[in-house]
Design a protein. Sequence first.
Length: 448
Amino acid sequence: MKDLTQGSIPKHLISMAMPMMIGMFVQTLYFLVDLYFVGKLGATALAGLSLAGNAMFLIFALTQIINIGTATLISHAVGAKDQLSANGIFNQSMMISSAIGIVVCVIGYLGANSYLSFVSQDAETIVMGLRYLYWFIPCMALQFLMVSISAALRGTGIVKPTMMIQMLSILVNIILSPILIAGWGTGYAMGIAGAGLASSISVVFAVILLLYYFKTSEKYISLDFNQWQIDKTSIKKLFAIGLPAGGEFFLMFLYMATIYWLIQHFGANAQAGFGLGSRVMQALFLPAMAIAFAAPAIAGQNFGAQNYQRVRETFKWSAIMTCSLMTLLTIVCLWQAELLLVSFTTDKQVIMISAAFLQIICWNFIPSGIVFTCSGMFQSLGNTWPGLISTAARLLAFIFPALWLSNQSDFKIEQLWYISVSTVCFQALLSYYFLRREFKSRLLPQRL
């Protein structure tokens, strides 16, 4: 356990954010490695991978329920010096994660074709997406156990073990991808299906190592199957915090699926271009997101210990550091967007669409930093509903104008990116307003 109620907040943010950033980068690399090798198979394969990969947002939505609920409740228990409650929450989280993972496997195999057919009209793109998903679904199912363990450790202030294990996992993925996708050394190329299989094998490897670490090293909280009995009170608390946070990612899944559906008439190149650009954007966001995601553990422990001034200081430093990084990323995208893309595909049209996306969408990077920071603080306070409301408002503000424009004769794909920028600015203002209100009602009266 690491006590975050004492010491320098900026140092705590950096010390926790660095391992988290590496861990998040490793998670993103699962998909970036696939993008690199599948991109060599052509635009249709890249489009199929992008459409199938969007299903991960749905998985993120479900894992966030476990992630945020577990980390928040355990950090509060740690701050209050209540080890018994922390251990109970962890075991309830592991029980729920195991059950949801099984359900995801069943629904994934039954519903994959329906989802891909809805967001694409290109038969070959759908076939490619299915080939990838059928081997990638085990990877999605196992995410729940990984998230449960990582969130529990993060709630106690420990992040380095998960980082190291994830690094080893991505090395396995990098080694297997060219072997399975391109047939290096074997002469048997699975194509896009090999990308899904490589990811699934690497996640199995990571889960085994995480469980081994927890069994042999972690002392503050431990795996106890005797506690794998339904505890309605603990589950209710976990879902009360986690559901709104999961809802945010579910709305992001709807947002991405809506864009894929709106641009399907522009062809596979357009969907591949958007998919590539959005994945590169997510990779760029990692440093800022790591800081924003480190803040809840720090603020959560201080909130549990009733150190309200340190909660406010955590927000201040998190916002400064996150928005500073986002400013640098905005400059990079305006200046060298194409350089970020050429490693993944040689298709000039795909690169052109992706570059245009990044050069426009980068204007919402700083507002996105504010959104990330506010969401992290909502988690630390144990009330994630404001984050869900602001995300829902943003989605509605995007969908209605986007649908109207898509029915116009002069509709262009770039118009969607401009709408997205304006709606993220709106969401940032709304999230900040909600956070000020939360601070006034839940902390001692003091200026934000």
